[in-house]
Design a protein around this ligand. Structure first.
Ligand SMILES: [Zn+2]
Length: 390
């Protein structure tokens, strides 16, 4: 997740026009539209019954299959309320063109309103109520100061509100939660250090998130740079909570190689073999992507921050290393598409196009069945608990 503007959001704005939403629903979902006609205004809760929601998703996925287009479910993004107002529904044209059937975008906290503690927001649920065929009810993201300061134990804390929200049954996915997270290139260039986080996956709040997923069956996404101690904690937690569904974001992103020596194809195979509850998302770097906060001093440029590609740093080709290509093929039931949109990113359509291009590059040479699994079938299974039926 991109954490820009999480702490200091503040602009007011109205959600999208109900009239436009109705148009989209009626045009795209004629067969199942009847139950969506009475859309409530700003309910703050999910008002579309789960069965109707899943029928709408299924119809949209099938509409791409009928066109011979690979349907995609973006399982890891964030959307600020302002971004939703700015790009929805106009960006649906890009969704349709690229084959993006559904987006799971987590929400940022509400604007300041004088209340203490974390401010849970519900604009993502409003989006789902208006555009049930496009969005997945996704809980708020774990990138806020309340989470990063590891608060917990009171109703005003993020993790406590998360438990209440997930147990309400409204949400299909949680996260991205930041655990071990390096600064972005722009953050370290502007001299910031506040965005470096190292929250122990096996600490108190980590246990609460894993337990919540195990209890409810709701999957969650974590940001966990693959340092040695983080990999040990991941191994331990996957074993301790076999019913928790864990999606580790940004597969193969290695930005501090000096601290991440144990992330190898052998280790990934071992983790995937031993833990059926482990998934990875493929929102990761294109060949020779630059990371400007590398090295022990966070001040050197690494050209090629993603180890999936063939070739040495700065000379990566657009072909996967065979050892990673074979992991994607052998474990094709364990990877998902994601775009990692969020605050501070370029305009949504432009961003989706760039991330879609890289995803298609990653899966280009994989067996056909693996492409379908990774594009939408695994996400469908994670979200609904059922295998996709063509
Ligand atoms: Zn992330």
């Amino acid at each position: 997740m991109n954490r820009a503007n999480e702490a200091g959001r503040g602009k007011k704005g109205k959600m999208m026009h109900k009239r436009v939403a109705l148009w989209a629903v009626l045009v795209l979902l004629a067969p199942v539209a009847a139950s969506f006609v009475a859309l409530p205004a700003f309910a703050g809760e999910l008002t579309v019954p789960r069965a109707d929601l899943e029928s709408a998703w299924q119809a949209r996925i099938r509409s791409f299959l009928a066109l011979g287009k690979l349907p995609l479910i973006d399982l890891e993004s964030s959307l600020q309320q302002e971004q939703a107002e700015q790009y929805v529904p106009a960006a649906f044209e890009t969704f349709d063109e690229l084959g993006i059937a559904l987006m799971s975008a987590d929400g940022y906290q509400r604007e300041q309103d004088g209340s203490n503690g974390y401010r849970w927001s519900t604009y993502i649920l409003d989006l789902v109520n208006r555009y049930p065929a496009y969005f997945i009810p996704t809980a708020n993201g774990g990138t806020n100061p309340n989470w990063l300061n590891e608060k917990g134990g009171k109703p005003e804390h993020f993790i406590d509100q998360m438990e209440t929200a997930i147990r309400s049954g409204a949400y299909y996915s949680m996260g991205e939660f930041d655990f071990l997270h390096y600064m972005s290139s722009s953050q370290c260039q502007s001299g910031r250090t506040d965005r470096d986080s190292d929250i122990a996956l096996n600490g108190a709040n980590g246990h609460r998130v894993f337990a919540l997923s195990a209890e409810t069956g709701v999957p969650f996404v974590i940001h966990l740079e693959a340092e040695d101690h983080a990999l040990d904690a991941l191994d331990e937690m996957l074993a301790a909570y076999p019913r928790a569904k864990v999606i580790v974001a940004h597969f193969g992103q290695i930005r501090h190689p000096e601290a991440q020596g144990r992330f190898t194809p052998q280790l990934v195979r071992s983790l995937l073999t031993r833990h059926a509850n482990l998934f990875y998302d493929l929102s990761t770097g294109n060949p020779n992507r630059k990371y400007k906060c590398s090295g022990p001093g966070n001040n050197t440029v690494l050209v090629g921050d993603t180890v999936l590609w063939q070739g040495a740093a700065g000379k990566q080709s657009d072909v996967l290393k065979p050892e990673y290509a074979s992991i994607l093929a052998d474990f094709s039931d364990r990877f998902v598409f994601a775009t990692d949109y969020g605050g501070g990113r370029p305009p949504l359509p432009e961003f989706l196009r760039e991330r879609h291009e890289n995803f298609m590059r990653i899966i280009r040479d994989l067996p056909e069945a693996a492409k379908y699994n990774i594009a939408y079938r695994n996400a469908w299974r994670l979200l609904t608990g059922r295998a996709w039926q063509d």
